[in-house]
Design a protein. Structure first.
Length: 137
């Protein structure tokens, strides 16, 4: 009987030292959430030579304003090309929108605010390049 009690005590001690499976799942889920990939929608513009600075700034402002109108846009940033390599093929403005899912991006594309933005952009746009990608760790 003493051997049985001793064996159970050792088994109990060993089991208490192992992490609980439920806790491990929670920790792994939290880590995945913190490191979750994001969908980036990168848009680059070349404006027509006759486009004025005011017209271009109005487009930049309108593009930035889409974040307030389309809740699926999680983040927005933009900047001007300053690469010394000369490989931009005339593209001067780069915009990056962040989405949580393909579905969010797919809802953004036909959104009325996005369509209205495209109508404003059209008359002064010479060239556009769009690349979407999922971030990798």
């Amino acid at each position: 009987m003493k051997k049985t009690i001793l064996g159970l005590s050792i088994l109990t001690i060993l089991m208490s030292c192992e992490p609980k499976k439920e806790e491990s799942k929670t920790e792994n889920t939290e880590m995945k959430t913190e490191n979750a990939s994001k969908l980036r929608h990168v848009v680059m513009f070349k404006f027509k030579d006759e486009a004025t600075e005011n017209e271009i700034q109005a487009i930049v402002d309108a593009f930035a304003g889409l974040k307030n109108e389309i809740p699926e846009i999680k983040d927005f940033e933009w900047g001007l090309n300053n690469s010394p390599e000369g490989l931009n093929e005339g593209l001067t403005h780069c915009f990056t929108l962040t989405f949580d899912s393909d579905a969010d991006r797919d809802n953004y594309l036909p959104h009325p605010a996005h369509k209205a933005f495209g109508a404003k952009l059209g008359p002064i746009l010479d060239k556009v390049v769009v690349v979407d990608y999922w971030t990798k760790d």
